[in-house]
Design a protein around this ligand. Structure first.
Ligand code: AMP
Ligand code: GLY
Length: 413
């Protein structure tokens, strides 16, 4: 089958890279793609997606970014009978509006932090009195991971009120470990991908401002089978039932002492979570996605390697502020033991140069988590561009969890 992928970031490079290995896929297109994607798919400039799919006889379209989903690309394809993986615009509001999403969760009883939705400063000041510090303030609309403020003091909360556009959500601060739980849905059923963890802050040790994600790893040990069942029963299945959800439902979870609680829903694959996930997937990705688009997913549609994978994001100088672009990237050809997914890159003649904030996602699988981390960083060490920044501790939390489990087991035995 011929598959079109919409988008041009690291997530889409990983999706296309994996589709290329699927026996069911004969031809790959991407709009707009990027220089990395161009090595595995035919890239076309931004154009009318429906017209392009019709003109080229595309059998299946997969949407990467949220903006097109919120704008209704899935509804347009469905109206013309064209198979596509993604949610309707109505369901994309689960990500597109935090107010809608929180009210929806409250209505159907999905565990999430206690909240107040407020539409002006007066309401916000009133509501703040009912929350302990630290308190979380979130812009309603899409904000590329940058619309959340965690205020430690009353003063910080007050000044946040003047920097955020209303309406906003004020919510209780939750403590615990964060997990990205992504599920492929066909309108009736959800089939979970393996769990993964993102690293949202720019600096090591989760310091500094939030970013779109500085690295991710996927390891089965992140969640026990019992915990996965609990998440499916209390969070995913109620949402799929209530919304007939199609596409990727991404639950950003906080694993609190009271159980998993939803921080946010996204309606697409995560970036950079997709990069390690695609390296672990073993079944035919094209077939699974087509089954999702046709409404006939089976529980065994996705099979995974037990080997963990780790992605280290290399970002441009200035990110998450304005990134410095046009820097020459060297060493890409020297990497052999990892896959370099390209995000913010551009081809200039023979050179690949930086063209965005997150530039590369250097991703490797390993026999265990430590091995995958070591391989990813060995590849990172081969690559250079001026002002590059990356975290040195991607996967460290996973290693810590693993080591403490080993200690617990040996002290019991
Ligand atoms: P969101 O866009 O809602 O996922 O928020 C971005 C990041 O802010 C999350 O990944 C968390 O690290 C943090 N965050 C959001 N909501 C909360 C909360 N209620 N308690 C603690 N941290 C939060
Ligand atoms: N990595 C977080 C996200 O894709 O929203």
């Amino acid at each position: 089958m011929k598959v079109l992928v919409i988008g041009g970031g690291g997530r889409e490079h990983a999706l296309v890279w994996r589709l290329r290995k699927s026996p069911s896929v004969t031809k790959l297109y991407a709009i707009p793609g990027n220089p990395g994607i161009a090595s595995v798919a035919e890239c076309h400039v931004d154009t009318d997606y429906v017209q392009f799919a019709k003109a080229t006889g595309v059998d299946l379209t997969v949407v990467g970014p949220e903006a097109q989903l919120v704008a209704g690309v899935v509804d347009k394809f469905r109206a013309r009978g064209l198979p596509i993986v993604g949610p309707t615009a109505a369901n994309a509001a689960l990500e597109g509006s935090k107010v809608h999403s929180k009210r929806f969760m409250e209505r159907i009883g999905v565990p999430t932090a206690r909240f107040a939705a407020v539409s002006n400063q007066t309401e916000a000041r009133d509501a703040l009195r009912h929350f302990r510090l630290p308190v979380v303030l979130k812009t309603d609309g899409l904000a590329a991971g940058k619309g959340v403020i965690i205020a430690q003091t009353q003063d910080e909360a007050e000044s946040a009120l003047s920097s955020l556009a209303f309406p906003i959500v004020i919510e209780e601060f939750l403590e615990g470990e964060e997990v990205s739980f992504i599920v492929l849905c066909d309108g009736k059923r959800g089939v979970p991908l393996e769990p993964s963890q993102d690293h949202k802050r720019i600096f090591d040790g989760d310091q500094g401002p939030n970013t779109g994600g500085m690295g991710a790893y996927s390891d089965s040990g992140i969640l026990s089978p019992a915990m996965r069942d609990q998440i499916m029963d209390t969070i995913i299945e109620p949402v799929v039932r209530a919304t007939q959800f199609t596409g990727f439902l991404y639950a950003g979870l906080m694993m609190t002492p009271m159980g998993p609680s939803v921080l946010e829903f996204n309606v697409r694959m995560g970036d950079p979570e997709t990069q390690p996930l695609m390296m672990r997937l073993e079944s035919d990705w094209g077939e699974a996605l087509m089954a999702a688009a046709r409404g006939n997913l089976t529980p065994d549609a996705l099979r995974w390697s037990p080997e963990p994978a780790t992605c280290v994001v290399m970002a441009a100088k200035g990110y998450p502020g304005t990134p410095k672009t046009g820097q020459n990237i060297s060493g890409l050809d020297a990497v052999s033991d990892a896959v370099v997914f390209q995000a913010g890159t551009k081809r200039v003649g023979e050179d690949i140069v930086t063209a965005g904030g997150r530039v590369l996602g250097v991703t490797a699988r390993g026999v265990d988590l430590k091995d995958s981390i070591d391989r990813a960083y060995a590849a990172v060490a081969q690559i250079h561009f001026e002002g590059m920044q990356y975290r040195g501790d991607i996967g460290a939390k996973g290693l810590k969890r693993y080591n403490s489990e080993v200690r617990a087991r040996s002290s019991v035995g």
